[in-house]
Design a protein around this ligand. Sequence first.
Ligand code: SAH
Length: 279
Amino acid sequence: MERLTFKMPELEPGWVWLTGAGPGDPGLLTLHALNGLRQADVIVHDALVDDRTLTLAGPDCEIIYAGKRGGKPSPRQSDISARLVKLARDGKKVLRLKGGDPFIFGRGGEEALALVAAGIPFRVIPGISAGIGGLAHAGIPLTHRETNSAVTLVTGHGASGDLPDGIDWPALATGSPVLVIYMAIKHLGTIRRRLMEGGRFADEPVAVVSRASQPDERVLETTLGMCVEDVAAQKIEPPAIVVIGEVVRLRAGLDWVGALGGRILDADPLGTRRTRDAG
Ligand code: SAH
């Protein structure tokens, strides 16, 4: 922060900064996140936070892992919240670091409300969500004038482990041209069935982006009809985002990472100019 021409806030003892770490690449952290990493006495992070990001912490910072490991059940949310409260009451400068954005399918709201209930002062530092910035990194825009003016973020995994209740799939099928689905791999077969029952076509483009922005990022371009089989055949694993809709076609023109490796980009990936010129 030393070369900034403006002042960044101080992380004070007894405070919790509820911070988004972005999709993985430390370059996608915000300045506020970096500022917090450098000042924290203790960082409580979840499984999606990249190891490289944690190296930005100060040398005396205590790093506490509060996520799922090796298939064991994750710590209870109430235990994590209680721990944050205790650390703050002990006078620590606490950075709670969560993958992506803390308020998008990240239970950040629950943790913040627990801090409110306990009277702990806090700051919220937004992060780049995997379903937004992770897809941009993979060359897939969420909107494009020629394909969609609306997009829906959905989770494929509810608190019980099943598909979440209360999602009106037929309404999404007809009403949302682009669907960005977090935690979608496990129930992808059911999601596909519900969307196709709602009128979506088997040849609709789908991309599955695993470990977006990380060195081992993988992107599968497939179709709604083939996505489940292709995910299995290609062994695509979580964490992954599934995006369904015409925007996926734009990747043929916007896969800048692929271009670094020699992919020839198509300047007219939707074929609109070709059609227009022919007409
Ligand atoms: N708060 C996070 C989401 C937490 S839910 C955010 O805003 O990004 C966890 C899910 O996020 C994962 O199952 C996966 O669907 C998605 N996810 C998180 N990081 C990801 C990454 N680097 N690449 C692909 N998907 C990711």
